[in-house]
Design a protein around this ligand. Structure first.
Ligand code: UT7
Length: 326
């Protein structure tokens, strides 16, 4: 029996219209007595701007246009979709899943839908799960979406975190195929690091208990990220029996240009082989990888037949990689 693979046949993305440059943010924060600068943000992270969602919009409102763009690129209709996975840590509601809301807004019914909550590794996790469900015949054509409104979680009195994140969504159509497609996936987590990146609040008795805003020990996350991203990259290459030299594009989670370039250096990949969008989007958590992938495809960088390494890392602590042929 021939093995069933999965292949990305279309990509899409969506950014909310409100673009906030570093200088816009510096001015807003100054009004609250919080001091930062464009120079600090650019030098330490590479971020120059991010997009923030209007108060009446949620993750599903960003996910739907991203999914529609991916379906258009793949040449498929909503009725052709038989699985929807949304990677998000900022769902519209506690439940049901954002995937269920997206399904309804797209006019689809009947197929399985669920959210994956692996923070900034969410898209890589969701893609690996969709790949497995396609490989075992459960699904034929999946929508895999990363959508986040991280602006809702930001403490605008904490300059060490509020300058880093933004909102957005990216999506792919992943279809069953006789040829790969996805070559290898590698997922990990280590819950002992929960405290270094978390939103500790929760809903109970109609109230939010604990702190509902994002907390991060940036240096601890930085150190862990650099190590685990390298391990995940080597793991997928080993599983696919390929060398790093065969990677055409590295598309890492877009959190910090220094982490991305360090990952590339360890794999002996030149910076020109890294798709970088962090300067325009900031860290959009689970949306960052599909946003960067769609940018790379639409900019004519990432082409059919090329080998791409996607890598995610984030709260949990979670990390993982997907090696694929476009
Ligand atoms: O999405 C999940 C993955 N997340 C990440 O990958 C984030 C990983 N971490 C990072 O990207 C970096 O650690 C940060 C960008 C968060 C911070 O960069 P850093 O080079 O590690 O800076 P730092 O925390 O060591 O802070 C250096 C200085 C401190 O001042 P002192 O103690 O040296 O006087 C901070 O108080 O920079 C100060 N600082 C700021 N100054 C101006 C921190 N935030 C700011 C700010 N503006 N926004």
């Amino acid at each position: 029996m021939t093995r069933r693979y999965s292949r990305i046949t279309g990509t899409g993305s969506y950014l909310p219209p409100r673009r906030v440059t570093n200088n816009d943010l510096v001015a807003e924060l100054a009004l609250q007595g919080v001091e930062t600068s464009d120079e600090w943000i650019v030098e330490r992270t590479g971020i120059r701007a991010r997009h923030f969602t209007a108060p009446d919009m949620g993750a599903s409102d960003l996910a739907v246009p991203a999914a529609q763009a991916a379906m258009q690129a793949a040449g498929v209709q909503p009725a052709d979709i038989d699985l929807i996975i949304v990677a998000t840590s900022t769902p519209d509601m506690v439940f049901p899943s954002t995937a269920a809301i997206v399904q309804h807004k797209l006019g689809i019914s009947g197929c399985p839908v669920f959210d994956v909550q692996a923070v900034c590794s969410g898209f890589v996790y969701a893609l690996a799960v969709a790949d497995a469900l396609i490989a075992n015949g459960t699904a034929h054509r999946a929508l895999v979406i990363g959508a986040e409104v991280f602006s809702r979680l930001l403490d605008f009195k904490d300059r060490t975190t509020c300058v880093l994140f933004g909102d957005g969504a990216g999506a792919v159509v992943l279809e069953a195929s006789d040829t790969p497609g996805i070559l290898a996936t590698d997922l990990h987590a280590d819950g002992k690091h929960v405290d270094i990146l978390c939103v500790p609040g929760h809903v109970s008795g109609g109230q939010i208990l604990g702190d509902p805003l994002l907390k991060m020990d940036g240096q601890a996350v930085f150190k862990l990220a650099v190590g685990v991203l390298d391990k995940a990259a080597r793991a997928v290459l080993a599983k696919a029996e390929m060398e790093a030299s065969s990677i055409d594009w590295l598309i890492p989670h877009q959190a910090n240009i220094r982490i991305m370039l360090s990952t590339a250096r360890k794999l002996h990949l030149p910076p020109e082989k890294v798709v970088v969008t962090v300067q325009d989007h900031g860290n959009t958590s689970a949306a960052s990888i599909p946003l960067a992938l769609d940018h790379g495809v639409r900019a004519g960088q990432v082409k059919l037949g090329q080998t791409v390494l996607l890598e995610g890392v984030g709260g949990g602590f979670t990390w993982g990689a997907v090696l694929l042929k476009m």
